[in-house]
Design a protein around this ligand. Structure first.
Ligand SMILES: [Mg+2]
Length: 92
């Protein structure tokens, strides 16, 4: 999410998937070019390590949005909102 103007555009699932794809892209750049290399269009200080940290932060923001959305969903079977705390889930 490099441009904040687009933060509220798109479905939360789509936005999370897109950010996960961006993490994968940076991971592949690290594999190909190294942790401390940088994109030729980016300043030298903005290397792949910094790009990975930024993309992981973007994923966390989008995970939080999906969690919020899920917490607001009504489960028609149970008549309650979706429970986000899985610690009390039965062991299968
Ligand atoms: Mg991103």
């Amino acid at each position: 999410m490099s441009d904040k103007r687009f933060k509220h555009i798109g479905d939360p699932f789509d936005n999370l998937a897109e950010e996960c794809a961006e993490v994968i892209q940076v991971l592949m750049k690290i594999r190909r070019f190294g942790m401390f290399n940088h994109h030729p269009d980016k300043p030298k200080y903005y290397n792949n390590k910094m790009a990975l940290l930024d993309e992981m932060q973007d994923v966390q923001v989008r995970i939080d949005e999906v969690k919020k959305m899920l917490g607001e969903m009504h489960d028609p079977d149970s008549g309650t909102n979706v429970r986000l705390d899985q610690s009390e889930s039965p062991v299968s």
